[in-house]
Design a protein around this ligand. Sequence first.
Ligand SMILES: Cc1cc2nc3c(=O)[nH]c(=O)nc-3n(C[C@H](O)[C@H](O)[C@H](O)COP(=O)(O)OP(=O)(O)OC[C@H]3O[C@@H](n4cnc5c(N)ncnc54)[C@H](O)[C@@H]3O)c2cc1C
Length: 474
Amino acid sequence: MAGIEVKTTDQKTAPVSAEALDAFRGGLRGALCLPGDAGYDEARTIWNAMIDRKPAAIVRALGASDVMQTVRLAAQHKLLLAVRGGGHNIAGNAVCDGGLMLDLSLMKSVRVDPAARTARAEPGARLADLDKETQAFGLATPTGINSTTGIAGLTLGGGFGWLSRKLGLTIDNLISADVVTAKGEVVRASATDNPDLFWAIRGGGGNFGVVTSFELKLHPVGPQVTAGLIVHPFAQAKSVLAEYRKAVAKAPDELCCWVVMRKAPPLPFLPPEVHGTEVVILALCYSGEPASAEKAIAPLKAIGKPIADVVGPAPYAGWQMAFDPLLAPGERNYWKSHDFVELKDGLVDVLLDAVTKLPTPACEIFIGNLGGAINRVAADATAYPHRNAEFVMNVHTRWSAKPQDAECIAWARKLFDAAAPFATGGVYVNFMPEDEGQRVRAGAYGGNFERLAKLKAKYDPSNLFRMNQNVAPA
Ligand SMILES: Cc1cc2nc3c(=O)[nH]c(=O)nc-3n(C[C@H](O)[C@H](O)[C@H](O)COP(=O)(O)OP(=O)(O)OC[C@H]3O[C@@H](n4cnc5c(N)ncnc54)[C@H](O)[C@@H]3O)c2cc1C
């Protein structure tokens, strides 16, 4: 093998000699892939097709030892290092151009301890991997709504989905993590071991080290929940959203209802004439006792005159995959996001106006329903600070062809600007695109930023872990 040139953190390149590469490869359990090698393109291809980067080398890690060696190699030569978990993040920081990429996607093991109600997940596990293993014991932990998302990036940013109003964020259920620090050493982070690091990784993203194992608390869930979609015509959107606001304000924590506004996909339960027209979809999940589901959901079912109501008993692990077909990898994507305490009338007007101008049939506006147990945690208890947000808007701009980039991105930015006066100013770090570095301090972390920057200086003073929504060392 010949030596290679690898991009460094100061945007220069460093030579890694053939001997050093051979020695490094010999120490790995997993593979070292160079451009052209089997696995290279698979590892560098991520969910968002806007990101097409070519690392100088990719380590396809199989365990903590591979991670430690990779971090040490990167630290020794000051190499630009990108870390990939599930490869779903919109910003695309999982891949770097010309640097070293650490691909964790082959580390997928999930082990459940049903007696202790805990699970251990490796960082390449997807939400579906976790759900399938935990639901085999009738257990679950709150995660996100798209089952192909990686547990690693999701957890490190916060993590919320159908169970979060009842059971909190994913980080609120994190018991401990094994973290490979910038020195290439493994440390345990928990309430008792390195509690400052444990605080930082619960929302601070990949800034503090590479997590090789997540220990999560599990809860009895399902296996059947009550879930499904209620689809309304866009002509009724204003009154539907007004009624939705009232219903969710009084909803029990077990009920979570998101709003999706988009052009109707050709779902089999929708009449053909509705396909391709704008609709307002209430997507809900009730995870309490089945006997109390009907009463809990009644206020949402009573809204307006829906085109379709397909809410009923569903396997929890199956409902977790309900949005996968609409959120499949391989499309071009750009996101914009705001948090809200209330969905004010003026905001509703802004959203509805944007729905009439959707640039492609795959674009959609999601309003996630937060609150409940998430907001009963103090804003400074974890690095994730948004414990006041009741709703999160995510503008999913999605299209296939590069020539549409400018039009689609402009639509998202315009909507984002118009919605800003109604927003908290906070933003969920995991929904930020790559051009929002200026929002990290005040938007993503607010009052927690200074503490994060000090901990960054303690755990990663040279900012080795910089391919993320970066917190520079204080
Ligand atoms: C279609 C879709 C739906 C989504 N829905 C939700 C949702 O319902 N709820 C929600 O909370 N979020 C949701 N998200 C956002 C999701 O949480 C983030 O995209 C998250 O970063 C994905 O994690 P990943 O491991 O797949 O991503 P990656 O792109 O692999 O990783 C993201 C970043 O995390 C860091 N990282 C990854 N693994 C590690 C590790 N082991 N150690 C240290 N750092 C690491 C790296 O900096 C990396 O750049 C959704 C995303 C998509 C694309």
